[in-house]
Design a protein around this ligand. Sequence first.
Ligand code: DC
Length: 224
Amino acid sequence: MIITIDGPAGSGKSATAELLAQRLNIPHLDTGAMYRAVALKALQNGISEANPDQNRIAQLAEHIDLDFDWSTHPARILLDKCDVSNDIRKPEVTAIVHLPADNKIVRAELVRQQRLIAAHAGSLVTEGRDQGTLVFPDADYKFYLDADIKERTRRRLAELTDKGIAADPDALLADMQARDQRDKSRGVGALLLAGDAIVLDTTALTLPQVVDAMVKIIGSRKNG
Ligand code: DC
């Protein structure tokens, strides 16, 4: 059983996917973490906003040693055998992750790896931007999470505050708008609503409420 969850930044995909996967006792794949790992590798190799060498980024992605440790919840992501689960969340990685996300060769390689992971796992909750549209068009269940941009910004601010990182709310809102624009207008792998996806607006919902709604939908379709 493949369950895809797509949606914009801050819509609650990761937390929802993790909890849903736990409830169903199947693995959770965070595909954003894969783009972030390529961005981290790029940073380590001198790539920056000022030096956005897309050929080099493609080369790095094609030879990347990327793995997941599924023995923990959430799974840990390993780059060159090192656990980089925390490093990939750093602001400097977030700032340049659009470079690998915009690169067609990187996307082709990561899509290939995502399909391989699904083939090995058999059942998977996978989240990102293009999971239900491009990577798994035949998924059993497709969800699209959305939320008001002000609420998504508030959640991002709370996450950063939790980690002890100070942030300016206005700058975060502007950043969120820029990310939405990039995610929706990307030439390949853009954030689109699949025709057969179920849309859940999470603006006024708690995490357990969203997951309960999903479990109910999955249960009713299975039994129906
Ligand atoms: O979900 P996230 O913020 O961790 O994703 C990081 C970046 O990767 C984000 O800029 C969008 C991009 N991404 C993508 O293009 N396709 C995916 N399937 C997942 C993430």
